[in-house]
Design a protein around this ligand. Sequence first.
Ligand SMILES: Nc1nc(=O)c2ncn([C@@H]3O[C@@H]4COP(=O)(O)O[C@H]5[C@@H](O)[C@H](n6cnc7c(N)ncnc76)O[C@@H]5COP(=O)(O)O[C@@H]3[C@@H]4O)c2[nH]1
Lengths: 197, 197
Amino acid sequence: DHGSALAHSFYNGYLRIILPARGDYAKGLAQRIKDYMKEAKINEDDFPVQKLIVLIPSSGNVFPLLSDEPSQACADPPVQYAEGLQDQLRSRAGIKERVYRGAAYRIKVRRNGKISFLYTIAEGATTVLTLRESCLTGTPEAEHLRKHKADIVANFYRALQKLIDADREIKHLVDLLYYDDEDPTQPDVLSLLTDHL
Amino acid sequence: DHGSALAHSFYNGYLRIILPARGDYAKGLAQRIKDYMKEAKINEDDFPVQKLIVLIPSSGNVFPLLSDEPSQACADPPVQYAEGLQDQLRSRAGIKERVYRGAAYRIKVRRNGKISFLYTIAEGATTVLTLRESCLTGTPEAEHLRKHKADIVANFYRALQKLIDADREIKHLVDLLYYDDEDPTQPDVLSLLTDHL
Ligand SMILES: Nc1nc(=O)c2ncn([C@@H]3O[C@@H]4COP(=O)(O)O[C@H]5[C@@H](O)[C@H](n6cnc7c(N)ncnc76)O[C@@H]5COP(=O)(O)O[C@@H]3[C@@H]4O)c2[nH]1
């Protein structure tokens, strides 16, 4: 099914590449997080979840940056992009040193009555954004995809979680956050992310 | 079907991003080729096909660089990676300035009794390499994919060609080269590429 096809694509084309520590000079995510914390002088307390967090909205709608989310349109937006996570370079399918870039964010939170910043490595599952874009044209094919999009995203999430759970090398390095972003009674994604930390 | 799902993904998640000229500072492929030819002082005659060439092997097997292909294991390999094509940067799904990198190659050919170099922008369809990797594990799911891989790749090619042909903005900017790389009577991919130019 469509969701499962995309899950295999995301798992093999991305998670299997960026997460594991590799014997060669290419650092896995765990090492890159350690390097980042050392470089940016971040305490263990301020980086509670040292994994990649993948946001999977049921609508497939992810903004260019998480800090662009509508819930941030306020006087003091809590989520900011944080510079400094190293890229991973890997020659692949004819492209020399293709760049695999992650994203660090810091979130302003109030803990024990005082302000602190929590750091996270988080992004949307680009695959579902691409799927959403496939649904946007006027063709009958896009119409068909649109009808099934919610199911495809749900199947993508389930199939991806299965692949991750079966993979001892990476399952401790990634969390999937699947959420219904079209339900106004649900908290917004950035609150979900903050709660997860 | 699986191939069509991957075609939509490659079309919307890659071709629609890197090919078109965009009103903002992000250059489309046509402009990046012009800039490259100017920078590297390449004549029009030496860059006969000013498009992205996407190689689609039926096995899904694409090497990290095209210059790694087995047909190149000779004294004077005709295909060399060429530096200089500009990257495209685009913030997407939470990643700031995600890097979309292409690849230029130059191919030594004999024309009218003298040696010259032809340039091309070429790569494998990463999507089918990722599919091939999905087939490599020992799970029953991978076994099922392996049985159908050839069909999935064929369907990917057909569906992708349809999407491209319906898109006036990009169809003059990309050629798909689908070939059976498991048939020893067929010429190798680099000969096919060279003939295409
Ligand atoms: N040659 C090439 N160069 C690129 O920069 C590139 N970017 C995407 N693609 C291919 O286009 C299609 C759509 O991409 P999308 O981003 O929706 O899914 C991607 C995306 O969700 C994730 N992924 C891969 N690389 C990255 C990356 N660098 N950053 C974030 N996510 C990534 O894993 C999926 C599969 O990737 P690939 O299996 O490499 O092939 C992709 C895919 O088939 C590319 N192909």
